[in-house]
Design a binder for this molecule. Structure first.
Ligand SMILES: [Zn+2]
Length: 396
C-alpha cells in the first residue's frame, strides 16, 4: 500500500488531550502527517517529514479526524418527504411513520436495499464521515432483519440489530409474542451480522421491561448495548441503559436530574463517562421539536457524542457538519466541544480508540477542510467545507 504525506497543515486537530492547544482537541500547528498501511505512521514538524510515495498539500488548511457517525438507519426503502411536509404544516411527530418504511423495506429487493445503503454511505463519506454505525429495524421479520444487517455489514463493521424498533402491525395485539420473536429466532439470525443491539424504549414502542429483556438477550449473545432513550418524553430508557452498561444512550432530549446523575455516575478515570449521551439534533430539526440540552450534560461530566440519526422519517441527513452547526447554535455547545463530540465522542460511543483521533497507530481516517480552522464547521453552516477525505489511508 502506498504511503501518503499530508503536508502544510495549518491546524491539526488530534483529539489527543495535552498534545497541543485547545484542551481535548490537542491542536498542533504547521505539522505534517504520514499515513502508511491504513494507519497514521508519523506526525511532526513539516520540516522533518519523512519521504512518501505521494504528497497532499493541505495549503495551510485545517485537518481533523474523520467524523464518527455512531447512529444511523441506512437500510430502508422509500422516502417520507410527504410526511415531512405535513409535519412542517403542523402535524405532530409520533414515530408512527416507521411502519410505512417497514412496508416498503419488506417489499424491496436485496439489490434495492444495497443500492440505498451504498448511496448513503458514499454521501456520508464525501461529507467527511469515515466511520458510520448502521442499524437494522425496518424489516421486523427474521429474514428481513437478517438481510438488513448482512447488507449493512458489507459497508461497515459497526452494525446494530434493532428488531425492537417498533412492534410491527401484525403483532400489535400481542406485543409479548413479538418480544419473544426478537429475543429468539430474530436475534439468532441477526447476531452473526451485528456488533450491537438497540431498542426504541419509548411510549408507543417498547417499555422498560420489554426493553430490558431484549437487551439482556442480546448481551447474552455477545452484543454490546445501545438504547434509543428519552426522545419524545421523559422515560426509563437512559437509566436502563446505565443499568445494563450501555456504550451509549441516544437522543436524551427529555432528561430528569436523575437521568443526568445516572449518566454522570458512569465516570471513568480518564474523565469520560462509560455510557455516552449521543445527541441527534437532526431529529429535533426535522420534527420541529425542542433540542436536547448538551450544556447540562457536559457540565455534569457526561461524555457527549453527536450523530445524524440518518433515516427517512425523522432525520434524513447524513451531514455531520450540519449536526455540529445545530449543536453549537441550539444546544449550548462550543464549536470545539461539538467537533470533539462528532469525532472522538462518536468513537467513545462505539467503544473505539483507533479512530476519532490522530496519533501514530490510529486508523488513517482524516479530513482536510476548505478552511483554516475547525471553527468554520459551525461558523459556516451549510457550506461543503470538507475538501478531501482519507479513509483507511486511501485518498477519496
Ligand atoms: Zn435512531
Amino acid at each position: 500500500m502506498i504511503s501518503v504525506l499530508v503536508d502544510n497543515i495549518g491546524e491539526l486537530v488530534t483529539n489527543v488531550a495535552g498534545s497541543g492547544e485547545g484542551g481535548p482537541l490537542g491542536i498542533r500547528r504547521r505539522v505534517a502527517v504520514l499515513v502508511e498501511d491504513g494507519e497514521v505512521a508519523w506526525i511532526g514538524p513539516a520540516a522533518d517529514a519523512p519521504a512518501a510515495d505521494r504528497r497532499i498539500d493541505a495549503a495551510g488548511a485545517a485537518v481533523l479526524p474523520g467524523f464518527v457517525d455512531s447512529h444511523a438507519h441506512l437500510v430502508f426503502a422509500g422516502d417520507r418527504a410527504a410526511e415531512f411536509a405535513a409535519r412542517m404544516a403542523g402535524e405532530p411527530y409520533t414515530g408512527g411513520g416507521i411502519r410505512t418504511t417497514v412496508g416498503a423495506t419488506r417489499a424491496a429487493s436485496d439489490g434495492e436495499l444495497r443500492a440505498t445503503v451504498r448511496r448513503l454511505h458514499a454521501e456520508a463519506l464525501r461529507q467527511g464521515t469515515t466511520t458510520i454505525e448502521i442499524k437494522s429495524g425496518y424489516g421486523l421479520t427474521v429474514a428481513d432483519e437478517a438481510r438488513s444487517l448482512r447488507i449493512a455489514a458489507e459497508v461497515s463493521a459497526e452494525t446494530t440489530f434493532l428488531g425492537a424498533h417498533v412492534v410491527p402491525a401484525e403483532y400489535a395485539a400481542r406485543p409479548d409474542d413479538y418480544v419473544s420473536l426478537v429475543c429468539g429466532p430474530m436475534l439468532a439470525a441477526a447476531a452473526p451480522h451485528a456488533r450491537w443491539i438497540d431498542v426504541f424504549c419509548e411510549r408507543g414502542a417498547f417499555d422498560a421491561d420489554h426493553a430490558r429483556a431484549i437487551l439482556a438477550c442480546g448481551q447474552a449473545m455477545g452484543l454490546g448495548v445501545r438504547v434509543h432513550a428519552n426522545q419524545l418524553g421523559p422515560g426509563p430508557g437512559v437509566r436502563l441503559g446505565v443499568e445494563l452498561g450501555a456504550a451509549s444512550v441516544d437522543h436524551c432530549t427529555h432528561l430528569t436530574d436523575a437521568d443526568v446523575d445516572a449518566l454522570a455516575s458512569t465516570a471513568m478515570d480518564d474523565g469520560q463517562s462509560a455510557t455516552v449521551a449521543t445527541l441527534l439534533p437532526g431529529a429535533e430539526f426535522s420534527t420541529r421539536s425542542p433540542y436536547p440540552d448538551a450544556r447540562r450534560l457536559l457540565d455534569a461530566g457526561v461524555t457527549v457524542a453527536l450523530a445524524t440519526d440518518c433515516n427517512p422519517g425523522s432525520s434524513y441527513t447524513s451531514s455531520m457538519p450540519f449536526c455540529i452547526a445545530l449543536a453549537v447554535r441550539e444546544m449550548g455547545m462550543t464549536p470545539a466541544e461539538a467537533v470533539w463530540a462528532a469525532t472522538a465522542g462518536g468513537a467513545r460511543a462505539l467503544r473505539r480508540d483507533d479512530t476519532g483521533v490522530l496519533r501514530p497507530g490510529a486508523r488513517a481516517d482524516l479530513i482536510i477542510l476548505d478552511a483554516p480552522s475547525h471553527l468554520h464547521l459551525a461558523y459556516r453552516p451549510g457550506v461543503p467545507l470538507v475538501r478531501q477525505v482519507l479513509h483507511n489511508g486511501v485518498p477519496r
